[in-house]
Design a protein around this ligand. Structure first.
Ligand code: FAD
Length: 460
């Protein structure tokens, strides 16, 4: 039965300046019921599109008073069932809070609303010769990216979202609006609340504004492709590159299956073998020297072919192909749903972890793919699954669990960037032990009625 009676939907309409921004339209509810993955969909009872902080505060306060579950929503590209309103209630879609409030080129920072997407921000920054580096493969919102502590191909050089967020405005479950951090690049004043909300996946409050670091676009950038006969050699070469101390911009691994999918999806003709996509940036001469050293190193690790791309268009095409890899793989499996592991290990353990993942997939007869941000020790073994086949999902979950335990045993994490959502809750206690009880205490303190994205992150 619906949590939200029609009477309550009417009450919601009274809280926003335009009642059309509260909807119970079936298509909109369905759109907010699922992500790309195998997690079981569940529709919210209503979707609200707020346009300012005051509206968010009124809606959250209302939900809290009536004990109605509330799920913040950016553009729904997260990959662990984060945005599925498993208990119904209100989905708060923040995509219309999409204004860039301030660009401060001299301070290398911006102030944005949470619905601004990463490409929208980069388009606005380009004319200042600046850019924002965090680049998940989807055009996600900055609020959603902060809420999942997202990263991407640039994290090996610039870090994840957690390293970019200087300050936040957050609406707490009781409607209070707080500001954490500020405009300065460092502060030692009190508890680090910004870090608490980054990665909290909508379970502690709604992010309504962010202060983010931005960077100068490097003078020269070059990309390269290093092709290998097998994935383990590619992994060893990535570790050698990181260990060499060279300043690498990007180190991405794609397996043969992914390259095949990308070639079909993007019309490219890359050799269909495991490949490292690399990037170097800086002054022209330094980049040329980096590329020369990288080629030498890759060849000493068994690289079969090394192709460098100095032409910006060719390099952009290469990175677009990499960003679209997951979509290319899904296009090869129409009607199927995605399960992707997301472990991160200390980088020296990467080759062993890749080998273990491949062997596990083969031993269970799962036709998966492997790709990832291997410069950070973060990789994804993924499967396209038939959501109506519980036996297949169970097999994939077993492989996922074995990959996670392999990573945890080596000091790694169950999720390097996607977050916990529904899919990784079962590993949180294994990874954090007693610290999970402190997390529960924090959740109970901030959200005593448990309205914020209930059933996510913390294990039952
Ligand atoms: C093809 C593809 C490639 C991807 N590649 C990467 C990758 O390389 N790296 C990576 O890290 N991720 C990747 N992702 C996952 C996804 O893009 C990220 O998780 C992203 O951060 C989600 O942003 P979103 O705006 O879609 O948020 P949503 O999916 O809408 O929400 C994500 C979570 O954040 C919460 N949330 C959203 N907005 C707010 C807010 N304003 N306040 C509080 N909580 C909020 C939600 O409740 C939810 O728990 C990929 C996804 C796809 C589909």
């Amino acid at each position: 039965m619906s949590v939200l009676e029609p009477r309550l939907a009417e009450s919601l309409r009274a809280l926003v300046t335009d009642p059309d921004r509260v909807t119970v339209n079936e298509t909109v509810l369905e759109h907010h019921s699922h992500d790309l993955t195998y997690h079981t969909p569940h529709a919210p009872d209503a979707v609200v599109f707020p346009t300012d902080t005051a509206e968010v505060s009124r809606i959250v306060q209302f939900a809290n008073e009536h004990g109605i579950p509330l799920v913040p929503f950016g553009v729904g590209t997260s990959l662990e069932g984060h945005i599925v309103p498993t208990r119904g209630g209100i989905t708060l879609d923040l995509s219309r809070m999409n204004r860039i409030l301030e660009i401060r080129p001299q301070d290398f920072l911006v102030r944005v609303q949470p619905g601004v997407t990463r490409t929208q921000l980069n388009q606005a920054l380009r004319r200042y010769g600046l850019f924002f580096p965090v680049d998940p493969g989807a055009d996600a919102t900055l609020g959603g990216m902060a809420a999942t502590n997202a990263s991407g191909t640039n994290a090996v050089r610039y870090g994840a979202m957690r390293h970019q967020v200087l300050g936040l405005e957050v609406v707490l479950p009781d409607g209070r609006v707080i500001h954490t951090g500020g405009l300065s690049v460092k502060s030692s004043a009190g508890y680090y609340l910004t870090g608490l909300f980054v990665g909290s996946e909508g379970t502690l409050g709604v992010i309504t504004e962010l202060v983010l670091r931005i960077y100068g676009i490097p003078e020269h950038t070059a990309a390269a492709r290093a092709v290998f006969s097998d994935i383990e050699s590619a992994g060893r070469a990535a570790v050698a590159l990181i260990g060499s101390g060279m300043t690498v911009g990007r180190v991405e691994l794609v397996d043969a299956k992914t390259i095949r999918a990308v070639n079909r999806f993007k019309g490219t003709d890359y050799p269909e073998s495991p490949t490292l996509f690399l990037e170097f940036s800086g002054g022209r001469r330094a980049v040329d020297e980096d590329i020369r050293l990288a080629e030498e190193l890759m060849r000493s690790e068994g690289c079969l072919a090394f192709v460098d791309e100095h032409d910006p268009e060719a390099a952009a095409k290469l990175w677009e192909a990499r960003h679209h890899a997951a979509l290319a793989l899904m296009a090869m499996a129409p009607g199927k749903k995605l399960m992707t592991t997301d472990v991160c290990v200390p980088v020296s353990h990467l080759p062993g972890a890749l080998q273990a993942a491949r062997e596990l997939m083969e031993s269970r007869g799962l036709d998966g793919f492997i790709l990832g941000h291997v410069g950070d020790g973060n990789y994804h073994a993924g499967f396209a699954l038939d959501a109506g086949d519980p036996a297949q999902i169970e097999r994939a979950e077993e492989v996922n669990a074995a990959i996670v335990r392999h990573a945890l045993a080596r000091g790694g994490t169950c999720t390097g960037e996607h977050g916990v959502g529904l899919g990784k809750r079962r590993y949180l206690a294994e990874e954090h032990g007693e610290a999970v009880s402190l997390m529960r205490g924090i959740k109970a303190l901030i959200d005593p009625r448990g309205i914020m994205n209930p059933g996510k992150v913390l294990p039952e």
